[in-house]
Design a protein around this ligand. Structure first.
Ligand code: ZN
Length: 127
């Protein structure tokens, strides 16, 4: 069971929000259907709940440290980035969550990427 961030109820199945602005929010099937109905016949059609997510593109921001360091070289923005990271860690800790969670990341260019996605979707279905 997981919390739907739209109706705040515990639901057996939720999906990442179809809306980029809602970041890591989850949506249950009921909220999905209501949302889908209100966007019906527009270019904002969010598709079938069961088919989602095709990709979990909204949930994480993944950047290579090499790229970040190249961009920030010689600027004082690195301290700002450190500040953001520190605040995220404090917020997570305050919420009783692991302040430094770790993840496996797969580059979609890799030939095995589809297999990894398939495995994740299969395992997520069981939750
Ligand atoms: Zn809901």
């Amino acid at each position: 069971m997981k919390v739907c961030n739209y109706c705040d109820e515990l639901r057996p199945e939720v999906r990442p929000s179809p809306f980029m602005a809602d970041g890591a929010a989850n949506m249950c099937k009921d909220c999905w259907e209501v949302t889908r109905e209100s966007h019906k016949d527009t270019e904002m059609d969010i598709g079938e709940f069961k088919d989602y997510p095709h990709e979990m593109y909204n949930k994480f921001l993944v950047l290579k440290w090499d790229d970040i360091l190249n961009v920030l070289e010689g600027s004082d923005e690195f301290e700002q980035l450190e500040g953001i990271i520190r605040r995220v860690m404090e917020l997570r800790k305050f919420g009783g969550r692991d302040p430094e969670p770790s993840y496996y990341v797969v580059n979609k260019d890799e030939p095995y990427a589809d297999k990894v996605l398939e495995l994740i979707q299969k395992e997520e279905e069981k939750k």
